[in-house]
Design a protein around this ligand. Structure first.
Ligand SMILES: NC(=O)C1=CN([C@@H]2O[C@H](COP(=O)(O)OP(=O)(O)OC[C@H]3O[C@@H](n4cnc5c(N)ncnc54)[C@H](OP(=O)(O)O)[C@@H]3O)[C@@H](O)[C@H]2O)C=CC1
Ligand SMILES: CC(=O)N[C@@H](CCC(=O)OP(=O)(O)O)C(=O)O
Length: 346
C-alpha cells in the first residue's frame, strides 16, 4: 500500500484527489492537510465524504508527513510547495506538486509571470514535468514531479502532434481557452461570485496569463525551437471543464486522412487521449468527471489553417487525475490504476 499525504486537501483540486484516491486500491490517504480546518473532520468540510472518511484535517508539518507517507501531493497556492521542499524531504518521500512552482525551467520567467520569488530554485532542474503522455519515462524515475497546469495540459495535447510532425507554422498559433469556475479554486473571490459568473462569459488575463510561458515552453520542446503564442482564457458559468480551440496556419498541404494519421500515431495507444471521429467536436460534458482528454481538428481550406480542439475536466486530467497518473508511474503501478472513471452525464 502506498501511503499518501495531501497538503491542501480541502481545496477543489485537493478534494478531487481525495475522491480519486479513495477509489485507488493501492493507496491509503494518511494525511489530510489544511490551513483553515485543522482538527476539523474532513467529512465536515466536504459532506460528500460523510461515513467515507473519518479523519481530521492536519497542518502542513512536512517533517512529520515525510516520516509517515511515501508520497506527498501539494495542492496549494503558487509558492507554497517550493517553500516546503528540501533535500531532506526529497530523500525520504516523493513529491507531486499540483501548483506551478516547478513547471517552468527558467526561474526568471517563473518569477516574472508569477510575481513571486522562487523559494527553492535548486530543485527546478530536477523536477520532471508530469505530462504523462509525453514524459512517461522520466516520470518513472522522478522524486519531484511538477503536475502540469490545466490549460497547458489541454492545449499541449491538442497541438503537440502537429508540431512534432512539422505541419504548422510555429509563429501562427493562437489558443482560445474556456474554463469552468472550479478552475479558480474554492477561495472566496468577487470575480467568482454567482452574480458575476452566472449568465456571463468573459476573457481574462489577456496577454498576461501565467499559463502562457508554460504552454510556450512545452510546445517549444516539441518543436525544438522557441515558440511564442497568443493565449486567451475565458471564464464560463459551469462548474468543471476546459475547452481549447487553437488556430494555426498550415506549413504544408495536408489532407484530413494524413492529419488524422498523425494524431493516431501519437495517441492511438494512449488510454486517456481520445481522438474523436471526423467532424465530431470535443465537448466538456463528454469528459466530465473522467481523466480523458478528447481532441480533434478540422482543416479550413479557405484560410489554409487548422483548428485544433480539446476538452477535458480541469479537476481530473487537469489536476488530480493527472497527479494520480503520475503517482502510478512513479511507483511502478499500472498507469491507469484508480482512473477508470467513466465520464458523468448529464
Ligand atoms: N482548480 C483547478 O482546476 C486546478 C488547480 N491547480 C492547482 O492546484 C493548486 C490548488 O488549487 P485549488 O484547489 O483550485 O485551490 P483552492 O483555493 O480551492 O485550495 C487551496 C488549498 O490550499 C490550502 N492552503 C492555502 N494556503 C495554504 C497555506 N499557506 N498552507 C497550507 N495550505 C494552504 C487551502 O487550505 P484551507 O482550505 O484549509 O485553507 C486549500 O486546501 C493551485 O496551485 C492550483 O494552481 C492545478 C490544476 C487545476
Ligand atoms: C478559471 C481559472 O481561474 N483558472 C485558473 C487556472 C487553473 C489553475 O488553478 O491553475 P494551474 O492549472 O496552473 O494550477 C487561472 O486562470 O488561474
Amino acid at each position: 500500500m502506498i501511503k499518501a499525504g495531501i497538503i491542501g486537501s480541502t481545496g477543489y483540486a485537493g478534494q478531487e484527489l481525495v475522491r480519486i484516491l479513495v477509489g485507488h486500491r493501492e493507496t491509503q490517504i494518511k494525511w489530510f492537510g489544511s490551513r483553515s480546518y485543522i482538527d476539523k473532520k474532513y467529512s465536515e468540510v466536504y459532506r460528500n465524504m460523510f461515513q467515507i472518511i473519518e479523519n481530521n484535517c492536519l497542518d502542513d508539518n512536512m517533517e512529520e508527513l515525510a516520516k509517515q507517507v511515501d508520497v506527498i501531493f501539494t495542492a496549494t497556492p503558487q509558492g507554497l510547495c517550493s517553500s516546503l521542499v528540501s533535500e531532506e524531504i526529497l530523500s525520504k518521500v516523493k513529491v507531486i506538486d499540483l501548483s506551478a512552482d516547478y513547471r517552468i525551467k527558467d526561474v526568471k520567467i517563473y518569477e516574472e509571470w508569477y510575481k513571486l520569488k522562487h523559494q527553492s530554485p535548486q530543485f527546478i532542474g530536477e523536477a520532471v514535468y508530469g505530462l504523462c503522455e509525453i514524459n512517461r519515462n522520466d516520470i518513472k524515475n522522478a522524486r519531484l514531479v511538477a503536475n502540469p497546469g490545466c490549460y497547458p495540459t489541454c492545449s499541449t495535447l491538442s497541438i503537440y502532434p502537429l508540431i512534432k510532425e512539422g505541419l504548422i507554422d510555429l509563429n501562427s498559433i493562437i489558443i482560445d481557452a474556456k474554463s469552468g469556475t472550479s478552475g479558480a479554486g474554492r477561495g472566496a473571490k468577487i470575480d467568482n461570485l454567482y452574480c458575476e459568473v452566472n449568465e456571463n462569459i468573459k476573457a481574462y488575463g489577456v496577454t498576461v496569463h501565467r499559463h502562457t510561458p508554460e504552454i510556450e515552453e512545452q510546445l517549444s520542446y516539441a518543436a525544438n525551437k522557441e515558440i511564442k503564442i497568443n493565449f486567451t482564457p475565458h471564464l464560463v458559468p459551469m462548474n468543471r471543464g476546459i475547452l481549447i480551440t487553437a488556430y494555426a496556419s498550415l506549413s504544408k498541404d495536408v489532407s484530413y486522412e494524413q492529419m488524422k494519421a498523425v494524431y493516431d500515431k501519437y495517441y492511438q495507444n494512449e488510454k486517456f487521449v481520445r481522438v474523436l471521429d471526423k467532424d465530431i467536436c470535443p465537448e466538456t460534458k463528454w469528459v466530465e468527471g473522467s481523466n480523458y482528454v478528447d481532441v480533434n481538428f478540422k482543416i479550413d481550406p479557405r484560410t489554409n489553417r487548422v483548428i485544433m480542439m480539446g476538452a477535458m475536466d480541469n479537476l481530473v486530467k487537469g489536476a488530480a487525475g493527472q497527479a494520480v497518473q503520475n503517482m502510478n508511474l512513479m511507483f511502478g503501478l499500472k498507469e491507469s490504476m484508480g482512473l477508470d472513471l467513466v465520464p458523468m452525464f448529464p
